[in-house]
Design a protein. Sequence first.
Length: 237
Amino acid sequence: MALAAAIIGYSKTALGGLGVVAVAIFATVLPARESTAAILMILIVGDVIACWHYRRDPDWGLIRRLLPAVIPGLLLGTLFLRVVSDDTLRRWIGAVLLVLLGLQLWVKWRARDTPPTTHRHPGAAIAAGSAMGFTTMTANAAGPVMTLYLSAAGIDKRRFVGTSAWFFLIVNLTKVPFSIGLGLLHPVDAVRALALAPFVLLGGLLGYATVRRISQRGFDVAVLLASALAAAALLLT
């Protein structure tokens, strides 16, 4: 759990897609449904740390574009949690992420000499927001989807991480009542999150240092590789 907490901290301040690796670790330590709520509280700790580091960097225009579609995704994810097994759902999400990654690489290859515009289409924001609502509710796996969307937006690395941090702080706080309603979230989860907070902070500081030192091109490549690793982690858990 300490390792997973450090990975969460690192993912929140550097490479968002890696957070799903922590999800996979928690799913091996705790029962799958229990791990969903347990890791949610730790994610919120990581969100707060990341938002402090990147408090001046979010692109609120992108956040406002995505948020309206998140609630339908959360509702659909809540319904699916009641009827679909976690293992089947996690592997399905991993497969979808691999498809999205392939599409993103294809778009980048086709548009190497033109500025990215796909993210500006209203349909792209609706699809991405709904997908993030669904995947975050069912498997805390929205990080790679956000990574792919922001990668398509072509924004610089600090704005990339800052936008992701503030978006997920809002979304994860919104998920709390849904998790309570499903009977998954308990006081012990908050206590565990506080105990693991130092490891989240350590990972967050390492991630922040990474973003400061890595080049923009290296960052772009790293976030796509993190998405691929995250998808593999979901498929193999």
